[in-house]
Ligand binder design. Structure first.
Ligand SMILES: [Zn+2]
Length: 677
């Protein structure tokens, strides 16, 4: 099942296989050849640390952005490619079910000859089902059926812990079942969005043409799609509201749902989804459900059939024949600016990871994340927690009542490192050599059914929401946990052979970031058991908001792209986590140094300088304008440049390390520093 789009939102190899020749070399955490020494670190630290690299680096045509994150992912993918190719070769005769599953799925994706021969044929059963919709009750049933196989139409659904009773898994309705990434793309008047709209509408016409519609039908159906998607987008909440949990808790019974959205036959919908008789659920965004309901009652069925055809075709395009490739690229280009499709193996790798990541991840972690790495990482997490505890114990603005609850929450927080203790059981998933799309639909149905079995039952707190090879990490508020997939625990972020300064400056800051999410403007509303509950005193809440507002104003002053400023409210939680995370990482590093001789400079840089340089390198990235626009309106994270420059100015230790002075752009006046932690 798809992960929460906005909130959110490492096989049987024996010996370690040598990496293929094209694998890029190790990435150093601090590399003076990447610096721009014409710029003082006190003027623009991101440019000082990354400007030399930026000036000589072009973003490869198949990527929307490039930098440390992409370089680490390229290394991960080179390793995963070997694993997948070996598995595909062994699949027909191996006794190992995991290798067979992984190899068969990847192999069916890589069969480009079959994909070309079959063209759109694998999608035909889905299109016939949509064409057969004759009544509004059948529409509800088709919406449920499509969601059951992972084709997102009408309204996204996903299971998530009940926000107020985190032990119970609930089905949630969200927003965003349209082709452009945010309501702003449908509604904003800026020229960049108007031009993305025009390109998108032309793309939808061409997709209908690929499905053999005559030109005039394709034009008419694309106009219908546009009309329906615009109505859905207009009913959606702006991203800054749609990402705040306290505003998303609207639990209701089936009868509550029936009266909120009377035009959809929910009995048929839930039966088709595989959840007959569902008694309770959470409607995260009631306005979106009402918007959908009024369309379900009012929009012509021809409009609905056109929209559903489009949703199915757009979902399937990456898995169909080569005629669809230029259009798959066209959409990617509109949204994020790539000018070339990723190689087939890279697309198939991603699809395999998305569908059965915990099967693929088993071989990955055997090679890429040894037990010693886990132990080292655990020690760092412990130091970070101690550092945050010390700060919470000494905050002068927080009452003892709130402090006691905050400390209890920190103490109760769990951490997951590398990969799950128990791997997901895929034994009931059947994939076959042959067409890829039916395998994808089977994997998606398997996942929806797997989750359905738990809906309105107990949450399995041992589960992971990201696969082991993922380059990312997350804080999961209802589980009160922080989670670090092995895909990110790689050099230069985490390097057991490197000095503490660079490990704490990079992965330490990531650990700190996730820890601080538990206490940001969103996460702070969850208690130690992961329930949405007000445990702050009224005056502590007010003090928190007042202090956090410094950061809203600070980031709101930065330009993200074109003339679009960062949305200081949308990004508040991430910015607070960045600043607080860096503070706590620095403290934790000091704890790690205690009792040891002071480390010597390396390459002429003091340990303190290396700490901050590793931080700036870990965020080293350049992105295409299209991607920057998409992120500016929909992503709760600030652009990388500001994640670095916005955070370092809050730390006295930074100014000291680089001998910056009051008045320098990278030194924030004391009154404008974050006084939360
Ligand atoms: Zn975050």
């Amino acid at each position: 099942m798809r992960l929460f789009p906005l909130l959110a939102t490492l096989l049987a190899l024996g010996a370690v296989a040598p990496l293929p020749a094209q694998t890029p070399g190790p990435i150093r955490a601090v590399d003076p050849t990447r610096f721009d020494t014409t710029c003082s670190p006190c003027q623009d630290f991101f440019r000082y640390a990354n400007g030399g690299w930026d000036a000589r680096t072009a973003i490869p045509p198949q990527y929307s952005s490039y930098g440390t994150g992409r370089e680490v992912q390229d290394r991960n993918e080179a390793l995963l490619r070997r694993i997948l190719q070996d598995a595909a070769r062994e699949a027909p005769h191996t006794a190992d079910s995991t290798t067979r599953l992984v190899g068969t799925l990847f192999g069916s994706c890589m069969d480009s000859v079959r994909a070309k021969r079959e063209d759109a044929a694998p999608l035909e059963p889905v299109l016939r089902r949509i064409a057969a919709i004759r009544t509004r009750d059948e529409l509800a049933e088709a919406l449920g059926e499509l969601q059951h196989q992972g084709v997102d139409a009408g309204m996204p659904i996903f299971p998530y812990p009940d926000l107020a009773h985190s032990d119970t898994l609930r089905l949630n309705f969200y927003q965003g079942s349209y082709g452009l990434p945010d309501r702003d793309y449908y509604l904003r008047s800026d020229s960049a969005f108007a031009s993305a709209r025009k390109d998108y509408q032309a793309h939808v016409v061409r997709m209908f043409r690929l499905l053999e519609e005559p030109p005039s039908d394709a034009q008419r159906d694309a106009a219908r799609v546009w009309q329906l998607e615009t109505a859905l987008a207009s009913a959606a909440l702006p991203a800054e509201q749609a990402t705040k949990f306290p505003q998303l808790h609207h639990p209701m019974s089936r009868s509550g749902l029936d009266s909120l959205a009377p035009h959809l036959d929910w009995t048929r919908y839930f039966a088709a989804l595989g959840l007959p008789g569902l008694a309770r659920l959470n409607v995260m965004i009631p306005s979106e459900l009402k918007g959908l309901d009024s369309l379900a009652g009012g929009a012509p069925l021809e409009t609905w059939r056109a929209y559903l055809r489009w949703r199915a075709a757009s979902f399937a395009a990456p898995f169909l024949g080569p005629r669809f490739e230029p259009e798959h690229l066209a959409l990617t280009r509109i949204l994020s600016g790539e000018t070339r499709l990723k190689a087939r193996w890279q697309r198939c790798l991603k699809a395999t990871d998305q569908q059965i990541g915990e099967a693929l991840g088993q071989a990955y972690v055997r090679v890429a994340f040894p037990p010693e790495a886990k132990a080292r990482m655990l020690a760092m997490v412990t130091n970070l927690r101690t550092a945050l505890r010390n700060r919470l114990e000494h905050l002068d603005w927080m009452s003892d009542t709130t402090r006691a609850a905050a400390l209890a929450k920190l103490d109760a927080m769990s951490s997951k490192i590398g990969y799950p203790d128990r791997w997901r059981d895929y034994s009931r998933l059947v994939v076959r050599p042959g067409s890829f799309l039916p395998n994808v639909l089977a994997a998606q149905r398997f996942e929806v059914d797997r989750q359905n079995r738990r809906v309105n039952g107990l949450v399995d707190r041992t589960e992971w929401n990201m696969t082991p090879p993922t380059y990312n990490a997350y804080h999961n508020p209802p589980n009160n946990e922080i989670v670090f997939p092995a895909g990110m625990l790689q050099p230069p972020l985490f390097d057991p052979t490197a000095d503490d300064a660079v490990n704490y400056g990079a992965i330490g800051a990531v650990i700190g970031h996730e820890l601080l999410h538990a206490f940001d403007d969103n996460g702070r509303h969850f208690d130690s058991h992961g329930n949405l509950r007000e445990w702050w005193t009224r005056s502590d809440s007010a003090a928190f908001e007042q202090r956090a507002n410094v950061v809203v104003a600070q980031y709101g002053g930065y330009v993200a792209v074109d003339t679009i400023h960062i949305n200081g409210r949308l990004t508040l939680g991430e910015n607070l986590a960045d600043i607080g995370g860096l503070l706590v990482a620095y403290d934790a590093w000091q704890l790690a140094l205690r009792g040891k001789p002071a480390p010597a400079p390396i390459d002429g840089f003091t340990p303190e300088q290396r700490f901050f340089l590793a931080f700036a390198n870990f965020w080293r990235e350049k992105a295409r304008a299209q991607a920057e626009r998409m992120l500016a309106v929909s992503d709760p994270h600030s652009p990388e440049r500001w994640r670095v420059n916005g955070a370092v100015g809050h730390l006295e230790a930074f100014a000291k390390a680089f001998r910056c002075h009051a008045g320098d752009p990278m030194v924030r006046p004391p009154a404008e520093r974050l006084q939360l932690w």
